[in-house]
Design a binder for this molecule. Structure first.
Ligand code: PGA
Length: 251
C-alpha cells in the first residue's frame, strides 16, 4: 500500500493587492520552513506569480497558476499560456475549478484540452472536479464527478499520471462555510480512486493524490485529512491568512 504525502494548496482566487500578496507569501515561507512533511503550494493571481515565485524560490512552497489557456500563443486577448507560466517560475496549474466552469464556461472538453496542454508545457496539474447542490440532491454526484475525471483524463497516458493531482471540491461547499462531512468526502474520494484504478491500474490509483476542497478551515481540516482517501486540501478563503493556512498544514 503506497503512503501518499499530504498536499495543501492555497487558492488565492481574485484577492489581494501586490504588497498584500507578497506579505502573505513571506508569512507562509517563514512558517513553512519547519513543516516540510506535507507538500505545500500556493496559487496567486497571474500578475503576482513572478515575484512570488522569486520570493519562494529557495523554500519548499510550490507556486502554481489558478488556470491556463489551452493554446501556447496567439491572438487570444486576456489569455495566459503554459509556456508563459513556466517562464515565470510556475511548476503547476489548477484546471477545471468550478468557478472557471460556472463563470467562464469551461466545459469538460476545454478542461481536457487545458490539462493536456499543461503537461505538454511541462506543468503539473491539479484537476478540480465536483458536483453542484442540485446534482447532489438528484443523486448524480458520482456520475458527474466520474464523468469530469474521465473526460479530463481521456488523452492522458499512464506514464503521465504522476504529474496529476485531483481535487474533489463539491460546488455547494466552496466559499459557503458548508463543508462536506468527512464521510461525504471519503465516499467520493474512494470512488474517484477506484475509477482511476479501473481506467489505469491499482498502482496509479494508490499513488494518486486526491485533495478535498470546500470551506476547509483549521477546525475541520484534521478530521477531513484523517480520512483514508483524503490526501490534503485545496484551500480558498482560509489560505489568505498565513496563520490559518499553516494550522491547516500542521493538523
Ligand atoms: P474555499 O474555496 O476554501 O473558500 O471554500 C476552495 C476552493 O474554491 O478552492
Amino acid at each position: 500500500m503506497t503512503t501518499r504525502k499530504q498536499r495543501i494548496t492555497g487558492n488565492w482566487k481574485m484577492n489581494l493587492a501586490l504588497d498584500e500578496a507578497l506579505e502573505l507569501a513571506r508569512g507562509i515561507r517563514n512558517r513553512v520552513r519547519a513543516h516540510v512533511d506535507s507538500d505545500v503550494a500556493v496559487c496567486p493571481p497571474y500578475p503576482y506569480l513572478e515575484p512570488i515565485a522569486q520570493l519562494l524560490k529557495d523554500s519548499p512552497v510550490q507556486v502554481g497558476a489558478q488556470d491556463m489557456d489551452a493554446f501556447a500563443s496567439g491572438a487570444r486577448t486576456g489569455a495566459v499560456s503554459g509556456p508563459m507560466l513556466r517562464s515565470v517560475g510556475c511548476s503547476f496549474t489548477l484546471v477545471g475549478h468550478s468557478e472557471r466552469r460556472a463563470i467562464f464556461g469551461d466545459t469538460n472538453e476545454i478542461v481536457s484540452a487545458k490539462l493536456r496542454a499543461a503537461l505538454e508545457h511541462d506543468l503539473d496539474v491539479t484537476l478540480c472536479v465536483g458536483e453542484s447542490l442540485e446534482q447532489r440532491e438528484a443523486g448524480t454526484t458520482f456520475d458527474v464527478v466520474l464523468e469530469q475525471v474521465e473526460s479530463a483524463l481521456s488523452t492522458i497516458q499512464a506514464g503521465q499520471m504522476n504529474r496529476i493531482v485531483v481535487a474533489y471540491e463539491p460546488v455547494w461547499a466552496i466559499g459557503t462555510g458548508h463543508t462536506a462531512t468527512p464521510a461525504q468526502a471519503q465516499e467520493v474520494h474512494a470512488r474517484i480512486r477506484s475509477h482511476i484504478g479501473h481506467l489505469y491500474d491499482a498502482d496509479i490509483a494508490n499513488s494518486l493524490n486526491i485533495q478535498y476542497g470546500g470551506s476547509v478551515k483549521p477546525d475541520n481540516a484534521a478530521t477531513l485529512k484523517s480520512q483514508p482517501d483524503v490526501d490534503g486540501a485545496l484551500v480558498g478563503g482560509a489560505s489568505l491568512d498565513p496563520e490559518s493556512f499553516i494550522q491547516i498544514i500542521r493538523t
